[in-house]
Structures are given as structure tokens and as C-alpha cells.
Design a protein around this ligand. Structure first.
Ligand code: ADP
Length: 600
């Protein structure tokens, strides 16, 4: 508001002064009109359209009052004066409007030009002779020349431009298309070279003649250097990887006949890097026996796009042999551009390792056969030995009852029955061993563990009694069936019972043997053989189940090892512990049949 008041006051004074000057100097209406018009136009530049109108009207009023007849009155006696006044008014309004519009356009242009200064892109305008007419702030920063230094210079000379194609050809394309885009190399004021992406747009006049060019540049020097570095390091990694993996690559263009080998391919074929690679050079290295395979592959390769994977040998002049594996295929991506691309791997070491491995494997097999045979013999001797000694015991008993007068036929019959049972057991064991040798799986049938306990204890009942042992059986009822091999499980129990008896033989006093069956919290069936012997020494607890571990002079150390492998084959567990009241307990647990079936 203050500005407006000042402006109007100033305007009144200015117009008054012009009028007064003209009155004093006794100027005519036309001269006074001219000066008033100048004053009105100048004042109008300072404010809005309304002010311009008011100044114009005030100017016209002053002109009317002081310079038209009658003087010092607003009356108009002359029609010509009326026209002059109207002409003054219209001219004043027209000029002020025009001037104001020009100023607005100028303001907008200035704002736009400022925007161009703000951008990071380099913006250069040049005339049709490539002389620089505009050079923005970013151009100053990048190239190092100030606006005043650049404007008026020929751009190609100033920037020492290097073009991707001859300048004349580029110009021809640019004039034809009206635009161009590409990479240029420019030299900055400090002499350093930079790479820019450059976009040119052509401005034509109404007749279509070239007028000016707008050039926008972006500095991509850093990006390009980083890309170059990356490319270099990638190539380095690639070469290193090929070296490490002993793999070379190769390519062959069918139409041009051109052959490419990577550095590693040269190294595999042992040729100098300077040699021009050819198929013939490869052929010279192929082992004579493998030439047919090689030729066949070459022939197939030129007629199909299938993948190839062959192995053959290379024979070097000094008689060395290398094994190579070649994988390749022909590509036909572009018409008339069939290429054969592949990799060649030096697999000599792998081949040697493979041969060594095969040798080692057959050695292991041989050793394990020998070992298995040894274990098997030990196992047969141990397992068959037990029923045989039972037969001997029963035979002796039989003789004893026979020599009685009169012979006790009932006892004799019992002994003979026992002998038959033991002999059958021995036969069954031999049968199992034979099956094992053939690799036949053990019999698997649902069995009640208590039956197994009954049968096993019946078999060695006499032995127990002969050694003065007292056998107690505590069998839980309602135990789930287990899935297993009846004879093998009997074997385990007999082993445990015999061990218990043997250990109790060293103690005087009671010789109590308890065989117990029960269910553990996990639902597994547990059988425990408890004795009143001397127990197990702490140091031996860990090794009891290892083959050939024994503390007995006549022992073989196989009983518990065999028992353990039988129980494990039934997915069970076997363990030993010392009793609080003396003696040891050997237990094994077996999963119930249902659980096992689900697992299998
Ligand atoms: P062997 O009976 O031929 O020695 P085993 O494998 O059957 O072979 O037993 C290995 C060892 O385990 C025995 O030598 C003995 O030291 C120990 N052992 C086995 N059963 C008992 C037991 N009930 N009490 C104490 N020690 C035992």
C-alpha cells in the first residue's frame, strides 16, 4: 500500500512537473502531449494495468486542461482536440500495455535461462556456423572456460572435439535427422580429456533452413573408466578361473572359418600364444587312436546343433599323454552365423585320481572280504560251539542214565530230545550264516519276546543247573510284539546268559540269574539279564561290545560284538551296567512291531 501511495504521489509530481514545464516554456499541445506520454509510459512500467489506466487518464486530463482550447478548462471547443485527446489516451494505453507485455516475456525468459543455469547438464547453444552463443554454468564448471570466454568461439576448436565418425558424415546425418546422439571426447581448459554423451537438436527457421543447435552434454568419464576397469578385471578373473579349472574355451565361425582359443586352450594344447589357432593344430595333438572319435565329432558338429561331450587323449611330441574332455555345441542364433562354441578341460589329473581310487577301492574290497571271512569264522566257531558243547553235556548225561541199572529211560529221552534241539539250533545257525554270506536279509516276523526268553532259557537250562546257577524269569505280561528274527534274538539271549554264568563261576556263594522282560517309558520292549557275579570293571565298560575284546583267557571277545550287531540290525540298543547289590546287568531294548513298521 505504501508503495502504491508513493507511486501515485510521485506520478502526480512527475506529471505536474512535466505539465508545469511545458506551460512555463509555453509549449504547444502536441509537444506537451509527447512529454506527458513518455512520462505516463515510464510510470506505467512501475505498476499494474489499473495504475497505467489512471496515469493515462490523468495525462489526458492535464493535456485537456492546460493545452487545449479553452485553456485552463476541461471544455473542448475543437473537434480536432477531442480526437487528439482520444488518440493520446489510446496511444498511451497501447504503449504501456505493449511495454509491460515485453517486460513480462523478458522476465519469463530470464527465469527460464536461470533454470538452464541450475541444471547439471551442460547446455550449449551454437549458431549455424557452430559458433557458441550460449554456455551455461555447468559448462563453465566442466570445461573450465567462463561464459565470456566461450561465447563467440567455434565449439570444435574450443573443445578439441573427437567424433565417433568423420565430422562431415556426422553433419550430414544431423542435418538429415534434425538430431544426433553419441559419445564425444572433449579436452578441457586444463588439457584433460573427458568423455561425454552428447545430444544435438537442430533449430530451423520458417523456411526450414538450419538456424541453431542445442547441445546437451553429460560427463561419463568416470562411469566409462569404471566399466573399463570392470571389463579388465572380469577378463582377468575369467582367465584366472580358466587356469584354475584347467578349462579353456574355443569358438569357430563356420562361415568365416575363424577360430578362437582362450589363453588356457593354448596352454592345454601347448601351443605358443602367437600361433594362429586352427583345427589342424588340434588334430596334430589328438592321440592317433582317438582320431576317429575326433573326426566323427567334427563332422557331426558341422551338421547339427546338438551338444557334444567327448573325452579323448592328446599325445605330445615328447610322448606325454593328456586326457581332455570337450563339451561343445553349435549355435545358430543369427542366420548365416553358425558358430561352434565349447570348452576343453584338462582332466588328466582327475583320470589319474580315478585310477588310483579304483585301485584303492579294489584293495579295500579285498581287505574287507578277508576281514569278513575272519569275523565270520570266529562267529561260526562261537555260535556253533555253544550248542555243540550243550550236545556233549547232554550226551554225557545220557550215557550216565544209560549206565544206571535199570537205565532211566525218561531222563535218557529228555537228554536225547535236548541233543536234537541243540543240533537243530546249530544247523539253524549254520543256515543263517550261509544266508548272511549270500546277502539274504534276516527273517522278520512279529514275535512275542517272552517266547524268545522261554526258548532260550530252555536251551541252556541244563547248563545253568550244572553250574549251580539259580534261574529266575520275571516276564511282564501284555508286552507288544516285536519285529525280528527269532533265532538271532535267541542267540543274543543265550550269549548274555552264558556270559553271566561264566562270570558267576568265579564267585563262591549264591549264583543268581534273573531274566526279566518289561516295557520302558518310550514303549520299547526291554530284556535284562542280571547276574550276581563280580560285575564289570569301570575301565572295560566302554569296550565290552567291541569285537575281540575279552578278559577271559579262553574267550574270543565275539559274543557281545555279535549280540550288539544283531540288536542294532533290529533297530534296538544294548547296554551293560553294574548292579548296586553286586553283579552286572546286560539289557537290550527293541522297538515294538508297530513303531518299526511305521518307520520302514
Ligand atoms: P568272551 O565271552 O569271549 O570274552 P564276550 O564278547 O561275550 O566275549 O564278552 C566280552 C567281555 O565282556 C568278557 O571277556 C568280560 O570281560 C565281559 N563280560 C561279559 N559279560 C559279563 C558279565 N555278565 N559280567 C562281567 N563281565 C562280563
Amino acid at each position: 500500500m505504501g508503495y502504491l501511495a508513493t507511486l501515485w504521489l510521485g506520478a502526480c509530481i512527475a506529471l505536474g512537473a512535466v505539465t508545469a514545464s511545458c506551460v512555463i516554456l509555453e509549449q504547444e499541445a502536441s509537444t506537451a502531449g509527447f512529454f506527458l506520454l513518455v512520462a505516463v509510459v515510464l510510470l506505467s512500467l512501475l505498476d499494474s494495468f489499473i495504475s497505467s489506466v489512471i496515469f493515462s487518464v490523468v495525462g489526458a486530463a492535464l493535456l485537456n486542461y492546460f493545452f487545449t482550447e479553452p485553456i485552463n478548462s476541461f471544455g473542448i471547443s475543437n473537434t480536432a482536440d477531442l480526437f487528439s485527446l482520444v488518440a493520446f489516451l489510446v496511444t498511451s494505453l497501447a504503449i504501456t500495455t505493449l511495454v509491460r507485455r515485453i517486460r513480462r516475456v523478458e522476465k519469463t525468459q530470464r527465469a527460464q535461462a536461470q533454470l538452464l543455469e541450475l541444471t547439471h547438464d551442460i547446455i550449449i547453444m551454437r549458431d549455424k556456423h557452430d559458433m557458441i552463443t550460449y554456455w551455461n554454468q555447468a559448462a563453465e564448471t566442466l570445461y573450465g572456460w567462463k561464459k565470456e570466454e566461450a561465447v563467440g568461439k567455434f565449439i570444435d576448436e574450443l573443445l578439441n572435439s573427437v567424433f565417433p565418425l568423420p565430422r562431415e558424415e556426422l553433419q550430414r546425418i544431423f542435418l538429415r535427422d534434425g538430431q544426433w546422439e553419441g559419445e564425444l571426447i572433449h579436452t578441457r581448459r586444463d588439457g584433460t580429456e573427458i568423455i561425454v554423451t552428447s545430444r544435438w537438436a537442430l533449430q530451423r527457421d520458417g523456411a526450414g533452413n538450419p538456424l541453431a543447435t542445442l547441445e546437451t552434454n553429460n560427463d561419463i568419464t568416470r562411469r566409462r573408466r569404471a566399466e573399463d576397469l570392470l571389463r579388465k578385471s572380469e577378463a582377468q578373473y575369467f582367465a584366472e578361473a580358466q587356469k584354475l579349472s584347467r578349462t579353456g574355451s574355443f569358438g569357430r565361425n563356420f562361415s568365416s572359418g575363424e577360430v578362437f582359443w582362450s589363453e588356457q586352450t593354448f596352454s592345454i594344447f601347448e601351443y605358443d600364444l602367437e600361433v594362429a589357432p586352427t583345427i589342424e593344430l588340434v588334430r596334430q595333438r589328438v592321440h592317433p587312436d582317438d582320431i576317429p572319435v575326433f573326426e566323427e565329432t567334427l563332422a557331426k558338429a558341422s551338421s547339427s546343433t546338438a551338444d557334444f561331450d567327448i573325452e579323448h587323449r592328446l599325445l605330445f611330441p615328447d610322448g606325454r599323454i593328456k586326457h581332455v574332455r570337450v563339451v561343445a555345441h553349435a549355435t545358430n542364433d543369427q542366420p548365416n552365423n553358425k558358430q561352434f562354441i565349447g570348452a576343453v578341460m584338462d582332466v588328466t589329473r582327475a583320470k589319474q585320481t580315478e585310477a588310483q581310487l579304483r585301485h584303492a577301492q579294489s584293495e579295500v574290497e579285498r581287505i574287507s572280504r578277508v576281514t569278513a571271512l575272519g569275523e565270520l569264522s570266529a562267529s561260526i566257531a562261537h555260535e556253533v560251539g555253544q550248542p555243540l558243547s550243550a550236545i556233549v553235556t547232554n550226551g554225557e548225561a545220557c550215557l550216565h542214565w544209560l549206565h544206571r541199572q535199570p537205565p532211566d529211560m525218561e531222563e535218557i529221552e529228555g537228554c536225547v530230545n535236548q541233543m536234537t534241539d541243540q543240533a537243530n539250533r546249530a544247523a539253524e545257525i549254520v543256515k543263517r550264516v550261509r544266508a548272511l554270506m549270500k546277502g539274504a536279509p534276516p527273517d522278520r516276523a512279529p514275535i512275542a519276546i517272552n517266547d524268545v526268553v522261554e526258548e532260550a532259557t530252555a536251551v541252556i537250562r541244563r547248563d545253568i543247573e550244572r553250574h549251580g546257577g539259580l534261574l529266575t524269569r520275571r516276564l511282564a505280561s501284555g508286552l507288544p510284539l516285536i519285529l525280528g528274527d527269532r533265532v538271532q534274538l535267541q542267540q543274543v539271549l543265550v550269549n548274555l546268559i552264558i556270559n553271566a554264568m561264566q562270570s558267576m563261576a568265579s564267585v563262591s556263594g549264591r549264583r543268581e540269574l534273573t531274566v526279566q522282560s518289561r516295557l520302558d517309558p518310550e514303549g520299547n520292549v526291554v530284556v535284562a539279564v542280571k547276574d550276581s557275579g563280580p560285575g564289570i570293571q569301570e575301565a572295560n565298560l566302554q569296550q565290552l561290545f567291541e569285537p575281540f575284546f575279552t578278559t577271559r583267557s579262553a574267550g574270543m571277545g565275539m559274543g557281545l560284538a555279535i549280540s550288539s550287531s544283531i540288536v542294532e540290525a533290529h533297530r534296538g540298543q544294548i547296554w551293560a551296567s553294574n548292579n548296586r547289590d553286586g553283579g552286572a546287568t546286560f539289557s537290550f531294548s527293541l522297538p515294538p512291531a508297530i513303531k518299526q513298521e511305521v518307520r520302514e
